[in-house]
Design a protein around this ligand. Sequence first.
Ligand SMILES: [Zn+2]
Length: 491
Amino acid sequence: MKLYNTLSGKKEEFAPHGDEVKIYVCGVTPYDDAHIGHAMSYVIFDVIRRYLKFRDFKVKYVQNVTDIDDKIIDRANQRDIPPAELAKKYTDSYFEDMDALNIEPADVYPRATGEIPKIIEVIQGLIDKGFAYPAGGSVYFRVRKDPDYGKLSHRSLDDMMSAEGAMGSEEKEDPMDFALWKASKPGEPFWESPWGEGRPGWHIECSAMSLKYLGEQIDIHGGGQDLIFPHHENEIAQSESFTGKKPFAKYWLHNGLLQFGEDKMSKSLGNLVTIKQALAKYSPDAIRLFILNSHYRSPLKYSEEGFEAAEKAVERFTQAISRQDPTGGKGKALDAQPYHQRFIDSMDDDFNTAQALATMFDLASAINQAGDAGISFVEAQNVLISLAREVLGLKLPKEIYVEASVGISIRVTAESEVEVDINTPIEISVEEAKSWQLDAKAVTIGELIELRQQFRKDKKWQLADEIRLFFDKKGLILEDTPKGTVCKRKR
Ligand SMILES: [Zn+2]
């Protein structure tokens, strides 16, 4: 298995430190509802984690919640509520979204406010080793003391200085130094520390939590590309200076960013789409497929068409896994092994989900062709289901076929109401056929629905009603909806 490591700038063979793959992914700052950019990042790392498990790795996954931060304090002040209340509200909202998107919960979700002792311990250690210094009630990291600084973003200190316009302050020894501990301003939440009342900086949080829950060296550290500098660069500087062990994380994985037209999707540009807004329009499976249809390191362009295409793709998979095997699972069978292997080859190549999905579509088509040719495909369906559900985390509506009282097969969607496939053939009597001017041969439910609509259009109310009654006698109900007439089995 190969994965692209931002640290080396190359694809590398995956060789974790031990039996258990240790993954740390930077979490949210809960001051508002999470948006599609968050969905993108967490779906991607969810699939990476699922795939590692699929390949029989044991995985421990830790993701923090930055529940104290300037943004939280500002927003809470605007609303005149305590910062902790605001943070709790949006942390809950975030977990709801992750659950709706079928993202497996992390093994641990440490919160900054719950880890203050560990954070203070790491800061004190950095001071003791000369990598940090207290000043004016805050503590800063001495960037120029770390000769490796810049190794992740591949930039020199002077480049960063000019590009980022580092902010100098009277307290800091050097404009590049960053805060590990921030002295609290009046009215702000604070914790006691050896340097006075204050709160942790964002960067130190991740170093401390990763250290506490995963140990001194981890295998995979993930996050969006926008976190490479300064956040991840700072995490490396803090962790490696504190433990003296390198590398802090063996593989650094960064996902591309979500774009809206030519722009980044961001609060300041006012083009945010929240996960809740997207879920109101599209199924969770479609949202996952939309994200996974691009390579995780590429930027993803938000588009309604993209989501609609993803919805159709979900339907294609659902149909393929819902089809009934024409042989009852006996006889000549479709060989799914080559598809399974292609899927693994794609995922082994730096988690190429787009290519893996293409293989799954090929498999879905092969299932349909096998069905038409009377070849057994039940095994192939099982392969498709396991790849879709176990690795890509799709739910795919559970569909089963039941025998209805009329002796026809009815498609039942567990998630929705009991809706009958309108392509189902239905038998009509000679008299009915004559009355409705139809050939006596088999018609489908859909054709009868259309006929009823034609009668209504022609104001032949009695004939239209006859058809409704016909369905009624068979235990079926017609429902006129804005999308057209649907046929449901009586419960
Ligand atoms: Zn982080």
